[in-house]
Design a protein around this ligand. Structure first.
Ligand SMILES: [Zn+2]
Length: 411
């Protein structure tokens, strides 16, 4: 259900920062972006004074959320899609970590079959098994394997959107060439690649560095390693888990100074623990423990994150400014995934939008013009609706409630 909505406020497109503007949404599309106005016929106003309108966030690495592990299949992916709207995410790549190839292929199929009531499903991210066991992170080293042509065939047949591999493995450069020619975004990650090996990987089609600095050779001044090669090459977008746990704030600052907002995509690498209380969760086949801030395996290895995208945006905004933070959560991942119509606000583009309040908390998320209000704010919105609009209040008219707000069951 979509309608006519008017969003007055500060707008970050994010190429431009317009202090006073208004976005008009009609039939799921941004039809007008212009200097401020406070009304447009019968268009429903969706913002409060001080609100900021930004493009919907795109998360390229979602292992799970709110108790659901994406690898459980289409139903879990569906539930995650719904819940992501609470955090301003309007597009995502469900991600599977290292598993036997048959399971990975089945997962890609599940993602293709899943429907997305909330955030758009942009395809599957396959992170493993073509990784370097020496940089396994929380993955199971014994399941890692080399990308032989036959295995790459099997994976290509399933149709993943993104594949993370370690470019130094035998067969990886050929795999990167084949995958990138087939339109798959090829990323380097869980890798011990040297500077020179990483340069060759980019030559072979690698265009993304998965969680830069994490599960890679540390950067040394005489052995700069893959990290330096990926940061220096403008063809490569680097993924950054900006939760303050995976990469120290000073290093995040260095990355932002090296690449600005355009070359960095914020990725949560979130697990089922994100959006849930501290306790034990599943990550693929492994049990992980969340303390609410970090997620670890029982041996203490970091295992994905408990962070949500709005949290990462606030972290980076405090370090590098809101416009850069928004670009890193929207325009940069859209560019890396070659999604021309997403990741920015412009006339004629889909209305994938997030309204942030002055403290950068998500107030409303729209996907293709459909609205989702975070759970805690629903009653507040209902109250406002009843006081400001002559037509029946959602409290007394359920049909109107469903027309105005798209409600989704929490997983
Ligand atoms: Zn990883």
């Amino acid at each position: 259900m979509t309608g006519r909505y008017l969003l007055p406020g500060r707008v970050l497109t994010p190429a431009h920062d317009i202090p006073q503007a208004a976005v008009l949404v009609e039939d799921g599309v941004v039809t007008t972006l212009e200097p401020a106005r406070s009304s447009a016929g019968d268009a429903e106003p969706l913002t409060e004074p001080g609100d900021i309108i930004v493009p919907g966030f795109i998360d390229m690495q979602v292992n799970g959320l709110g108790g659901c592990d994406a690898s459980a299949g289409a139903a879990a992916v569906r539930a995650i899609s719904a819940r992501l709207l609470d955090f301003g995410v309007t597009g995502f790549l469900p991600t599977i970590i290292t598993r036997p190839l048959e399971e990975v292929v089945a997962f890609v199929g599940e993602v293709r079959r899943a429907d997305a009531p909330g955030a758009r499903l942009l395809g599957a991210h396959v992170e493993g098994p073509f990784l370097n066991p020496r940089f396994k992170g929380a993955h199971e080293a014994r399941l890692m394997t080399e990308p032989t042509p036959k295995r790459v065939d099997a994976l290509l047949g399933a149709g993943p959107r993104m594949v993370t591999l370690a470019p130094e493995l035998p067969g990886s450069l050929e795999a990167a060439q084949r995958l990138s020619r087939a339109g798959v975004l090829v990323a380097a990650g869980h890798t011990g690649a040297s500077f020179e090996q990483a340069q060759k990987a980019v030559g072979a089609g690698v265009r993304f560095a998965t969680h830069v600095f994490n599960a890679m050779v540390p950067m040394h001044h005489r052995e700069p390693g893959g990290v330096a090669a990926f940061l220096l090459d403008r063809r490569v977008t680097v993924g950054l888990i900006a939760d303050g746990v995976h990469v120290a704030p000073a290093v995040m600052d260095l990355i932002v100074r090296a690449r600005g907002g355009a070359g960095i995509a914020l990725t949560t690498d979130q697990t089922a623990a994100a959006g849930g209380p501290p306790r034990r969760y599943r990550l693929g086949d492994t049990e992980v423990i969340s303390d609410g801030r970090a997620v670890t395996r029982p041996d203490g290895t970091l295992a994905g994150s408990a962070a949500t995208m709005d949290h990462l945006v606030r972290q980076v905004a405090s370090l590098a400014g809101l416009r850069r933070a928004v670009a890193m959560a929207s325009a940069a991942p859209a560019r890396a995934l070659k999604l021309a119509g997403l990741g920015r606000i412009g006339e004629g583009l889909p209305a994938d939008l997030v309204v942030l309040d002055e403290r950068l908390r998500v107030r409303v998320t729209l996907v293709g013009g459909r609205i989702r209000v975070p759970e805690g704010l629903v009653s507040e919105f209902r109250a406002r609706c009843s006081s400001e609009h002559a037509r029946p209040c959602p409290d007394t008219n359920l049909d109107h409630a469903h027309a105005m707000f798209q409600f989704y069951p929490d997983p």
